[in-house]
Ligand binder design. Sequence first.
Ligand SMILES: *Cc1c(COP(=O)(O)O)cnc(C)c1O
Length: 704
Amino acid sequence: MASSVFHFAKERKKVYELAHNLRWSFDCPTQQFFAKLSPRVWDRSNHNPIAVLNEISEDELRSRLMNTELRAELNRLYQSQVDYLRRVRQPVGGLKHFEKHPVAYFSAEIGIHESLPIYSGGLGILSGDHTKSASDLGLNFVGVTLFYRQGYFIQRLNSDGWQLEEYLQQDHANLPVSLVVDEGGKPVKVQVQLGSSLVSVAAYKAVVGRSILYLLETNLPENEEHYRGLTSRVYGGDSTTRILQEIVLGIGGAKFLRELEYDPAVYHMNEGHSAFLTLELLHEEFLKGKNLSKAMNAVRKKCVFTTHTPVAAGHDRFTQDLINFSLSGFISSLGISLEEFMKFGRENPDDKAEHFCMTVLALKMSRAANAVSQLNGKVSREMWTGLYPGKKAEQVPIGHITNGIHSLTWQSMEARALLEKVGGPKWHDKLAKPAEWKKVIDKMSPEEVWALRYALRRRLIEFVRERMRRQQIRFGNSSDWVEKTLSADALTIGFSRRFATYKRAPLVFTDAVRASRLLGDTKRPVQIIFSGKAHPRDDAGKAFIQQVVRLSRDPRFVGHVVFLEDYDMGVARQLVAGCDVWLNNPRRPLEASGTSGEKIILNGGLNCSVMDGWWREAFNGKNGFAIGDDKDSKLPVDEQDMLDAESLYEVLEKHLVPTFYDRDASGLPSKWIKMIKESMKTIAPVYNTDRMVRDYINKYYLEK
Ligand SMILES: *Cc1c(COP(=O)(O)O)cnc(C)c1O
């Protein structure tokens, strides 16, 4: 059997099919296969199979595939992909309804993998995880977003800890995307009117398991110079750039799907950025001869909307002038006046001073809307009461579905291997089943759990040191000291997310003396790894980064506190695997849901968080740590910050650190391990996107 005679072309085709389906982004074995083909390119390209294939020559690939073991591995992986694409998962009622009419999912960012950098943070990761679970469940699903060739940005710190942004233009030939072309091989394009110009929009297609994504872009030779760069950066530019991007996403996206002859059953707007799509649908209904109220009803029948933003100022609002400048052509094609158009985006349609709000538009044009956690639902209903005259806050028709994560994307290979060893090779099919989790976790020995934790922490520490070494070389410094930073045995806390100020990254340093006592304890050492980007125009966020970097060099904290540059999905995967504790201390209730804490559970980490978002629903007193209480604050923010810092110290000093270092006769922290098991059993099967997408199907996508 194991002959060295083989059909190269046939085998190569399999390699390419694996590389071009982003299913590898949640399949560790396939990632390892590509890493093995060229460890150097894999590392340098931020783990990109297409870049690996583009770098190695035909002859090299041929010679590598001569290796029967590697070839056997390829065939196993290929077969598992074929099975995945064919398989009918646990039956989800109602999927037939979408067979001919997909769910069209619109989001301004979608994070599938670090090598396709078209996301900035939580919203994008959520969209990516949603896309992946839709594929797992067999839901007919197309996503629409923009093709940001320069991504969000690459974060570099200068030697003083100030964030600098670097932009790198991605070449589509190095990405798992293909230009959408017609039968004659010509790019499919649609036109949108922006200001007084007609702008062409083309798209690249990305395949994620069974889901399809369309990435729209305006970087085309026929477009005026200033419109070519419009889609190049995630949330780049001012409010003019923003509205123009949102027109391309909403109107361009809806037109593009039509051009490809899609007839979606549901349009799901993930945040208000894409809400202009409803006006393109309205336009279609007008063309069918419907009057305004009939047309609006027809649009509402098809649209659902998810809102995330718990502060009024965080919602996109555009002035009448800007609406007029960017949409006047479109507005006249609708056959209505600017004044009438503005009413779609106003809470009080007759208030001429009100700007045009994308969330208002989305709420008015959807048959159903939801927030992303229970508390976020309550906050949203209160925020939008004005839109529903005569209704009390609790009657406002905004429900909630709590956010989850895509388990296989965020579970480390080591944790997956342990679960499969204990639960059987098909364990990953059961990731959303509470009874199965209980069975498997109960069977796991404390030694196995602790060995997993050590292995993951060790790997993280090595990863961090390597990153720091590279950074020091860039600064022209000696990097010898890096070996001495962090310890593989110390309690390791992670704090990584966007550096928006409400997330209060430096909260743990509020009392520097207390913090240094805690972190500098030689018997019970504690270390914290920070990572995250601040928005390019958020100087306050950048100042937080700088503060953390400076503290990491302070003699009281050096070796125990690090700031890791350029947080992205790859860095996140390392951190959520290796950290013992995930710290989250935002100002309640600004977190909406949060998801990063859900990722660590799958790897045996524990969550320590303010009672906000998903955590106040999941916390049961035994499966992690709570900061502060679950009450609305009436205090000025600085007083609340002090209270929360105090609560954080209490939790760390009295509960968290002592429990971690409380070892039994065999040297194991048995109470800690019990908490890990409790956390995995109660959280992992619920706070995932398998459950979440099922909820969307049952509560929102299927019409009631
Ligand atoms: C999960 C994730 C987020 C979201 O983190 P939150 O703590 O929920 O804000 C942001 N960025 C990256 C890269 C992630 O992986």
